[in-house]
Design a protein around this ligand. Structure first.
Ligand SMILES: N[C@@H](CCC(=O)N[C@@H](CS)C(=O)NCC(=O)O)C(=O)O
Length: 218
């Protein structure tokens, strides 16, 4: 049994980020599925709430250490397993990587999360059409900014920062997956599309894809 265990849901983009990071670093790990759908959501049940009081996936165990929040988990893995760096050592690059990552993790994803969408429809009576419009709006707002940044930055290469995948790619690809799942057009974002295609060539990204997960319902 591996000493790294990831509580994950196949369609969770936050868990997907960590799956990519684990694969890029070639760290053997066990996936423990937590359904966000079954029985009103296994993440809301008391056993899981003890591990993660926010009732969100992912949660990662490293031995007996329990870690929460995907970005903090990725940075932890990068510090503990520095081979295949995901942040790069010079401050300019690491700041760039964090800034792209945070546009998604702080400014796009929280607005489109399951519990936010459920609140919109179940509590505020928003229609499905309005919900889709909300969803697309926040992706476009964030992606338009990222596209401009990618266009102008000398740091960009085959990937978000140079020619190897970093944390920014771990965060970008799951958000692209969400956009595609909800039929948000990416046509206006050629750099995001190009980087996505490059990432999708790598085994680490292929194996982390939602459809490849043990709990996938396809
Ligand atoms: N900031 C958190 C976000 C985690 C998060 O929002 N996870 C989602 C799945 S992507 C979740 O568990 N949602 C459950 C819900 O909304 O009820 C992280 O990066 O780990």
């Amino acid at each position: 049994m591996s000493d790294i265990r990831l509580y994950s849901y196949w369609r969770s983009s936050a868990a997907y980020r960590v799956r990519i990071a684990l694969n890029l670093k070639q760290l053997v790990h066990e996936i423990i599925p937590v359904s966000l759908i079954n029985n009103g959501g296994e993440h809301r049940q008391s056993d899981y709430t003890k591990l993660n009081p926010q009732q969100l996936v992912p949660t990662l165990f490293h031995g007996d250490r329990v870690l929460r929040q995907s970005m903090a988990i990725i940075e932890y893995l990068d510090e503990v397993y520095p081979e295949v760096p995901l942040l790069l050592s010079d401050p300019r690059s690491s700041s760039w990587i964090r800034s792209l990552s945070q546009i998604i993790a702080c400014d796009i994803h929280p607005l489109d999360n399951l519990r936010v969408l459920s609140y919109l429809t179940d509590e505020l009576g928003v229609s499905d059409t309005q919900k889709s419009s909300w969803y697309g709006h926040w992706i476009h707002t964030g992606f338009a900014a990222i596209e401009r940044l990618l266009e102008d930055s000398p740091i960009v290469g085959e990937f978000c920062a140079g020619d190897t995948a970093t944390m920014a790619d771990c965060v970008l690809i799951p958000q692209v997956y969400n956009a595609q799942r909800f039929e948000v057009s990416l046509q206006a974002y050629p750099n995001i599309e190009r980087i996505t295609q490059n990432c999708q060539q790598l085994v680490a990204f292929k194996q982390a894809a939602p459809e490849q997960q043990i709990d996938a319902i396809v």
